[in-house]
Ligand binder design. Sequence first.
Ligand code: ADP
Ligand code: MG
Length: 152
Amino acid sequence: MLKRENVYVTKNFEETQKVAERFSKRLKGGSLVALYGDLGSGKTTFVQGLAKGLGIKRRIISPTFIVLRTYKISSKYQVSSIKQFCHIDLYRIENEKDIEGLGIQEILGDPQNIVAIEWAEKMGGLLPKKRIDVGFEYVDENKRRITILQLS
Ligand code: ADP
Ligand code: MG
């Protein structure tokens, strides 16, 4: 298995969004971005950058109480048939059983979607092997270490 790891240290939230925006250009239809890290480590901030890179103008808010939000990608930004960006936040999910009722499997299986999942470790055995892992570490108030690991 080929592994590519990129590490970034950002000094403010705008830098985290910039890293994500640039990274978004590597995504294709069916890509899954799995985000890991404590509360406040920058996962949602990163997702906002992803959305910006995909041309989404709507404000990305933390879907903590909603679990899943879907955003249309305008035709101008659609490459390799991407139609939607799905932002999932599993913070409030207790176990794999809860996940089965959410329809996440269908969303992940659709090559027209790009999916970002916060607290992806809660997927357990349901988390697809083909994905990009992004880990967030709190260094200090404004500094975060971001590790992007592509498994392919
Ligand atoms: P999570 O989704 O992991 O809980 P959020 O992205 O919602 O985290 O929150 C991160 C918080 O930390 C935001 O208030 C953001 O402004 C702040 N912050 C400070 N420095 C950074 C940085 N370098 N990268 C990302 N967020 C940062
Ligand atoms: Mg969040």
